[in-house]
Design a protein around this ligand. Sequence first.
Ligand code: DQA
Length: 147
Amino acid sequence: MPKPIYVLSGPNLNLLGSREPDIYGHQTLDDVRALCEARAAALGHAIVFRQSNHEGELVDWIQEAREAACALVLNPAAYGHTSIAILDALKMLNVPVVECHLSNPAARESFRRKTYVSLAATGVVSGFGANSYVLAVEAAAGLAHSS
Ligand code: DQA
């Protein structure tokens, strides 16, 4: 069994399902976890699925992924638009990074158009709701196999 794919989610995503459902959908983060687990398992991978509202905790987990993960899927949520600390942690990762967003930030307010995470990501999946995570897991598994 290869190392797991880490799937990390940032602030306010714990409230998925009740948070602005017109933008983020009705599925909860547990629903997203189940979808990711199923897709990863079909591709021969386990996942480590975590969410935090705290920037430093996300930095700690990204550092942990250096040794423990074969790839990282990250929905940084609002920290993507603000956090140089997360970008710096990602730059030290030696495994592929797939950035993921439920909504399409490029089609929303102008402050969402820039994400620091993109500077360290191999690619970005946005705008497909919960399926963004599933597509990101698929991409991460493919990158892990080819790296
Ligand atoms: C988000 C988009 C971000 O702009 C926003 O701050 C979030 C969620 C998304 O998944 O669409 O919290 O990352």
